[in-house]
Design a protein around this ligand. Structure first.
Ligand code: GLA
Length: 360
């Protein structure tokens, strides 16, 4: 059973009635362009075929939300305007907060949640939950909210309510429908283009088994370092950095700026490589991105490095990199279609904690 069916079944079991509907949203993999979104740069994600689903119906108590999840024992129950809800309910309460703050009127809801997106794996399970929640309210209360603005509100919920200073990458990739395709996004203007992944390419996503949590990690520190470089160089954001300005920096700030500068270039080159179906060029850019995340941005881990190294030693693997924030989580590999199973078996033998979780 997929997540939608399981959410529906959980709803019926828990509330003893049919839901009004089921909203869903996917997790994402970022093919290239990490730690560039919160500096207004470029990212290149693709939505996964793994969804988080929320079965819903209007509640008799108009100002309350209650929710159960198939994976988490704790039930959630909060008032629509309640501040400081923590745990997984914080993502739901954050969406209510952001929608109310934007002037929408919301109904109280009863919810049941099921998900196929692995948690703490760098595949945006939290953005999928946020976007599915916002979609449920969009349908129930007939909100005039397009997919891009919905993503912006979800990001606002994550920043201001949950308290993680993330960029818009995850929520955008989950909200703008392009399953099976890639999206190149300018995180400043939010202009984007959907690019078809060449039919004979496959991106394989491997969970390293080393889980990560964004809140409280070094993520926030990197966001601050980028802001500090922009402040020192009088830039609106690090995205505006010119190559010659690197000479004015040193130490860790130079390394962070080098990554952001190079990564933005790589995303643009990667978009050209995908349009030209140049698998060798795309794969090289992915591997260069990993090296920069490891050496300049310092967000990799020994397990991720080992995985990437082992993946690249597989004949027929064109590129490999960590995906998302890093500090554990998942890697993404580029292969020719047809070699996924051999690759999965090869990798799991070399890195036993690794698990092939998705392919595009
Ligand atoms: C996390 C954040 C995103 C982005 C990536 C790194 O997934 O939520 O906004 O910054 O890390 O690219």
């Amino acid at each position: 059973m997929n997540a939608k069916q399981r959410a529906q079944e959980l709803f019926e079991r828990h509330y003893g009635a049919l839901p009004e509907g089921v909203a869903a949203a996917p997790g994402r993999v970022n093919l290239i362009g990490d730690h560039t979104d919160y500096v207004g740069g470029f990212v290149f994600p693709a939505a996964l075929r793994l969804n988080t689903a929320i079965a819903y119906r209007r509640s008799a108590e108009s100002n309350r939300v209650c929710a159960v999840s198939e994976a988490l024992a704790d039930k959630v129950d909060f008032g629509l305007r309640q501040e400081g809800v923590s745990g997984w309910g914080g993502y739901l309460a954050g969406i209510a907060w952001a929608l109310l703050e934007a002037g929408f009127e919301l109904s109280g809801l009863e919810l049941a949640v099921a998900s196929d997106v692995p948690t703490a794996s760098g595949l945006s399970s939290s953005a999928a939950l946020e976007v599915a929640m916002a979609r449920a309210w969009r349908t129930v209360d007939e909100l005039e909210l397009d997919d891009v603005n919905l993503a912006k509100l979800c990001q606002r919920a994550e920043n201001a309510y949950v308290g993680v200073p993330s960029g818009i990458l995850d929520q955008f990739a989950s909200s703008v429908p392009a399953v099976g395709q890639a999206i190149i996004l300018d995180c400043r203007s939010l202009d984007y283009q959907v690019i078809a992944i060449p039919a004979d390419w496959t991106f394989v996503i491997v969970d390293s088994g080393a889980s990560r949590q964004l809140a409280g990690s070094a993520y926030e520190q990197r966001v601050k370092e980028c802001a500090e470089v922009a402040r020192q160089l009088h830039l609106r954001a690090l995205r505006d950095l010119q190559a010659e300005q690197l000479l004015k920096l040193d130490g860790d700030l130079l390394k962070r700026a080098r990554h952001v500068y190079g990564e933005n270039q790589r995303v643009l080159e990667a978009a050209s490589a995908m349009k030209a179906a140049d698998i060798v060029a795309f794969g090289r850019l992915m591997s260069a991105s990993h090296a920069s995340l490891r050496d300049n941005y310092e967000v990799s881990s020994p397990t991720l490095d080992r995985l990437v190294e082992a993946a690249l030693a597989f004949e027929g693997c064109y590129g490999a990199r960590l995906t998302g924030a890093g500090f554990g989580g998942s890697t993404v590999q580029l292969l020719k279609r047809g070699s996924e199973d051999a690759f999965g078996a090869y990798l799991e033998e070399r890195v036993p904690s690794a698990r092939l979780v998705a392919r595009i």
